[in-house]
Design a protein around this ligand. Sequence first.
Ligand code: SAM
Length: 259
Amino acid sequence: MPPLSMSSVASALRSAGCVFAEDEAELILATARTPDEAAAMLDRRVAGLPLELVLGWAGFRGLRITVEPGVFVPRRRTEFLVEQALAAAPAASVVVDLCCGSGAVGAALAASLDHAELHAADMDPAAARCARRNVGPLGGHVHVGDLFAALPDTLLGRVDILAANVPYVPTGEVPLLPSEARDHEPLVALDGGADGLDVLRRVAAGAPSWLAPGGRLLIETSERQAPLAVETFRRSGLSTRLAVSDEWDAHVVIGTNTS
Ligand SMILES: C[S@@+](CC[C@H](N)C(=O)[O-])C[C@H]1O[C@@H](n2cnc3c(N)ncnc32)[C@H](O)[C@@H]1O
């Protein structure tokens, strides 16, 4: 098969409704190793598969994060959580990425910290498998299980950064999500319960036992949920503030273990 031209790929993508057709065409042609592979990728994208799953990777803080079918695609907005964690604890030596999905958050933290011990955990075995591909090369350990139950007890009281991008879409709003999320990402990665804060509440309640003195818990939330999320952190005994990025429309609750 002859190589596809940039303009023919962009035009097919545009006809399929892709808003950033030129950018996507460039990424597909740069990622495909053969013309046949480029054609197959184009077909999958035109059929509605999210771009990151077509490419097999997502860009996140300058890293190429491997993504696999059935695993949450890391969002650029979550780079703000990583930025806040690094600003709050620039010398962190023990890092946990809870609800890690692909492990993008943990990988980005480990890539910016000197010799940090990294643990990533998720209850979904498919996510854990994917995370292993991303954090393994950085020396990270991946665990499978429900929140803190997945972690080794040796981490109790030692965690400097506990980052958790938990599911936070209220159950009733899941059907309103774009089809790329609804049809291609698992419900367990999206559904945060009636008010979207079920998993956040459990993480905030458990965090103080795992955090080192001065250790930070960081969780992404929405503007609407932020006041209740802040209150939840405070009730668990953490000294709490909210960081907001207008650029990314991102809200991150940051709790510090002051005990
Ligand atoms: C919104 S996704 C975030 C993934 C990743 N941290 C990121 O930012 O790309 C939430 C993740 O939490 C995991 N999860 C949901 N409930 C969990 C639980 N009770 N214990 C462990 N992981 C859970 C899901 O499997 C999913 O991978």
